[in-house]
Design a binder for this molecule. Structure first.
Ligand code: SF4
Ligand code: SF4
Length: 347
């Protein structure tokens, strides 16, 4: 019998795009309904209630309430650029990690987004702080938020339903600054990791409760205690900068401590990503059981040699560490495959 010379290799079964979209249709509709509610006053002029909060007494640390009570909204075209950058960033992060499986590409995107969203746009607008704006706009009809804030809040979440935490992987500047300081990770014991991971949900609930109080008592603690925005703006109160600095120092040996244990937006992305259509798949059909990927993952996101969708931060290190990963086996060049010339044994 003639052999084809090709070994049978099982192919991973993926749901067709149509079926996946249909399965997530209720979630998509719910997201757009929330989007519509939050944007009911999209065309109204942006009013920041600085006459109520924040005030000098609320913030302290020599904060002076600005004289201008209604800061001019940013030019529309800047908002459009920010939204376009977010869309491109999310698409690139998903493509680089899920399709190209490229650690180098993901790292480049991380650096680019840190420069743009972090140092250039100075950490604003960001979905983490937007949690509070969206919560208030849903509970107080007199509070309006710009469309760009609404989009920044919902789009990474919507992406997480389809492609996992692509926002955390290459787009979020807070994640990026921690990603870049990691030198050598110490694996946090799994039980401790899980317990500490609950803190972000507590922080999320407390932040929302404090944000939706009556206007006079309202507190936006996520912005107030943002540990890294001070670095992006080269300013900020001393103790918040020290808090951020401490997190970065810890982050040299513990992968992304703020993301894993404190980020309230992570508390929304994690459950969304748990049910995502696609996620990081470590060598789906050729498992080695060597555990190299587990060692390579600085975020404790691999269990039983599989990436856990809710905690995988899309860094692509596991691909880079895997000997079975096709990207680690460049195609042989013609020179490599050339048959060596036969040495004549004839006299
Ligand atoms: S967990 Fe939070 S801070 Fe970390 S990358 Fe994701 S959104 Fe950003
Ligand atoms: S499983 Fe770990 S190493 Fe792999 S992409 Fe996710 S966070 Fe990175």
């Amino acid at each position: 019998m003639k052999s084809t010379g090709q070994a049978f290799r099982p192919r991973s079964v993926r749901p067709p795009a149509f079926a996946a979209v249909a399965a997530w249709l209720p979630a998509i509709l719910a997201a757009f309904a929330l989007l519509a509610i939050a944007s009911t006053t999209a065309n109204a002029q942006y009013q920041r209630q600085v006459d109520v909060v924040p005030s000098a007494e609320d913030i302290g640390d020599e904060y002076v309430t600005p004289l201008v009570q209604r800061p001019l909204p940013r030019a529309d075209w800047w908002n459009a650029v920010d939204v376009a950058a977010l869309v491109v960033g999310l698409a690139l992060s998903s493509w680089l990690v899920l399709k190209k499986r490229s650690r180098a590409g993901s790292l480049l995107l991380t650096i680019a987004c840190l420069l743009y969203f972090g140092f250039y746009r100075q950490g604003c607008v960001c979905p983490i702080g937007a949690i509070q704006n969206v919560a208030v706009s849903l509970t107080d009809s007199s509070y309006t938020i710009p469309v760009v804030v609404t989009v920044f809040f919902f789009l990474p979440l919507l992406t997480a339903f389809f492609f996992g935490r692509a926002f955390c992987g290459g787009v979020c500047p807070l994640g990026a600054i921690q990603e870049l300081v990691l030198i050598r990770d110490v694996q946090v014991p799994r039980k401790l990791d899980k317990w500490l991971g609950l803190l972000k949900y507590v922080y999320l609930v407390v932040a929302v409760i404090l944000a939706i109080r009556p206007a006079a008592d309202r507190e936006f603690i996520i912005c107030r205690f943002d540990p890294f925005v001070g670095f992006f703006r080269m300013t900020g109160s001393g103790w918040v900068l020290m808090f951020g600095g401490a997190l970065l120092i810890i982050g040299t040996v513990v992968g992304r401590p703020y993301c894993r244990y404190l980020c309230p937006y992570g508390g929304l992305l994690a459950p969304a990503a748990r049910f995502s259509w696609r996620g990081v798949s470590i060598t789906p059909s050729q498992e080695l059981d060597c555990g190299l990927c587990v060692e390579a993952c600085p975020y404790g996101a691999i269990e039983k040699l599989r990436a856990v969708k809710s905690s995988c931060l899309y860094c692509a290190r596991c691909y880079a560490a895997c000997p079975n990963e096709p990207v680690n086996h460049p195609a042989p060049t013609t020179t490599d495959t050339e048959t060596p010339p036969e040495t004549s044994t004839q006299p």
